[in-house]
Design a binder for this molecule. Structure first.
Ligand code: ZN
Length: 192
């Protein structure tokens, strides 16, 4: 079966930056599984996989615009050190939650000077080319339920086995299988 919208894809992958540094990879025997065509993976990778079949290996170079976007200079800010009360030694690379008009944003410390601390709210991979090496393990048709939810259901349960009770998935019909708190508005309570 070829990868197309509504198929469930299992793949091994490695992700490197342009310097060849390994950023992320799937663990042996634990492929990444996703429902194709529902924006579950970054757009540049998803579009490059269309038409591939199990056993195929693909190298994909994804432009920033099709990956994590270009860095937004407005998300970089210099804040006074005294905003970090209770933090004994501030170091580049530390992560904090910043409260902004748009809600909490995860920021990284990118520079520490005497009284000035530069924090960056951009995704760490913003502005980077993403070099994926992918091997397709399996392609199957998604179930009606998976396509309706926009994500995969694994292990007979909902949401990767963690959402539905007793292995049952949430139902949009409001039947007895729904367990409280997990299925709202006919949706699935998982955060995928
Ligand atoms: Zn679900």
């Amino acid at each position: 079966m070829q990868i197309a919208e509504g198929t469930v894809v299992s793949m091994d992958y490695a992700l490197k930056d342009d310097e060849g540094t390994l950023i992320d990879q799937s663990q042996p025997g634990q492929p990444l599984v996703y429902l194709h065509g529902h924006r579950n993976i970054i757009p540049g990778l998803e579009s490059a996989l269309v038409g591939k079949t199990s056993g195929e290996s693909v190298d994909v170079r994804v432009e920033p615009a099709e990956g994590y976007g270009e860095p937004n200079p407005a998300l970089e800010q210099v804040v006074p050190r005294d905003r970090f009360q209770g933090v004994e030694s501030l170091e580049v690379g530390m992560q904090f939650q910043a409260n902004t008009d748009q809600g909490p944003v995860s920021v990284r410390v990118t520079k520490v000077e005497d009284e000035d601390v530069t924090v960056d709210g951009n995704h760490p991979l913003a502005g980077k080319h993403l070099n994926f090496s992918v091997t397709i393990q399996e392609v199957r048709a998604g179930t009606e339920e998976e396509i309706a939810h926009g994500h995969i259901h694994q292990g007979g349960g909902c949401c990767g086995g963690g959402g539905g009770e007793g292995g049952e998935c949430c139902s949009s019909e409001g039947d007895a299988k729904q367990s409280e708190g997990e299925c709202q508005d006919g949706g699935c309570g998982c955060a995928h």
